[in-house]
Design a protein around this ligand. Structure first.
Ligand SMILES: [Zn+2]
Length: 303
């Protein structure tokens, strides 16, 4: 059967349309990287990379120090119960708490399933980066070999760049002058006058933390917290759990010397259980003890 000229025009138009659609498809596919695979045999295609599951922690900067250094937070898991660990409140004087925090971050990167499905865990490795920098001479991660021997320098790194003891700058029984052992220390000019304590306050207000654990050194004890309304029952529970698992002693109230404006007391005041974990020494991370303590808390929140 002979085709009429009209039929031929229609056929050519259809062929052109199909070719046009095909070229659009190839163009779009090449944008998405499909096209190279279309023209390769199975054996030529890039094999899927077989690696261990790598977790990219949810990373945030929660504030900046007086000198503009980042206060970082790393989050793992996506459960509905959220807890936080904070290291380095006393800067380079307690550098081992910062190293411990980074070690837990590394551990959770390598072993993400340690955080159970019902839990979210955020780690703030260094709440006082200026105090750390003063002693270590580095921002963020460092090695134990970066730690100097100079004890006077380490003491000076306890404070922020305004020479304020940050763990006296929170809103619980705040006074402008507080104490550290028998030494008077500046607590800032009003509660949360310092950018570092403000960062922690905003971090707490921006999340619904079930509890917060602060790492300090050095007494080998886990302390409960209170402000003026007694210790929250869950604070006692987590104090005992962490103490038992880590081997540190459990101490209901810190009474070696009067403390005002501490972060744990402020959390107690706003109804959030908080504990202070004081490592036994100033110069090691006491990894096994603290990993056991953290894991015991993870398990506790699953009950
Ligand atoms: Zn401390």
């Amino acid at each position: 059967m002979r085709s009429t000229p009209q039929k031929r025009v229609i056929t050519i138009a259809v062929v052109l349309l199909v070719l046009f659609a095909l070229s659009i498809f190839i163009f779009l596919a090449s944008q998405k990287g499909y096209v190279s695979n279309l023209f390769l045999s199975d054996s030529e295609q890039t094999p899927p990379i077989q690696t261990k599951e790598v977790v990219v922690p949810n990373y945030k900067t929660i504030g900046l120090s007086v000198e503009g250094r980042k206060i970082e937070a790393y989050t793992y898991g996506s459960g509905s119960t959220h807890i936080a660990f904070v290291g380095g409140m006393h800067g380079g004087y307690e550098w081992n708490t910062v190293l411990l925090a980074y070690k837990l971050i590394d551990y959770l990167n390598a072993n993400p399933k340690t955080v159970p499905p019902y839990l979210t865990v955020t780690i703030v490795p260094d709440a006082n980066p200026d105090g750390m920098f003063k002693v270590i001479g580095k921002e963020g991660r460092f090695a134990i070999t970066d730690v100097p021997k100079d004890d006077a320098l380490k003491v000076s790194g306890r404070f922020n760049a305004h020479k304020v003891d940050l763990n006296r700058n929170f809103d619980c029984k705040w006074q402008a002058e507080s104490t550290w052992r028998d030494t008077p220390v500046s607590a800032g000019i009003y509660p949360f006058s310092e950018p570092e304590s403000t960062a922690i306050r905003n971090f707490v207000f921006g999340n619904k933390f079930r509890s917060v654990i602060f790492w300090h050194s050095q007494s080998g004890s886990v302390y409960a917290s209170d402000c003026e309304n007694g210790i929250l029952p869950e604070t006692l529970s987590i104090m005992n759990i962490y103490a038992k698992a880590s081997g540190y002693s459990a101490v209901k109230s810190f009474d070696a010397y009067p403390v005002t404006g501490d972060s744990e007391g402020w959390l107690a005041k706003i109804g959030i259980p908080a504990i202070t974990v004081e490592l036994k020494t100033h110069d090691s991370v006491e990894w096994e003890q603290n990993l056991a303590g953290a894991k015991a808390l993870f398990a506790y929140y699953g009950k």
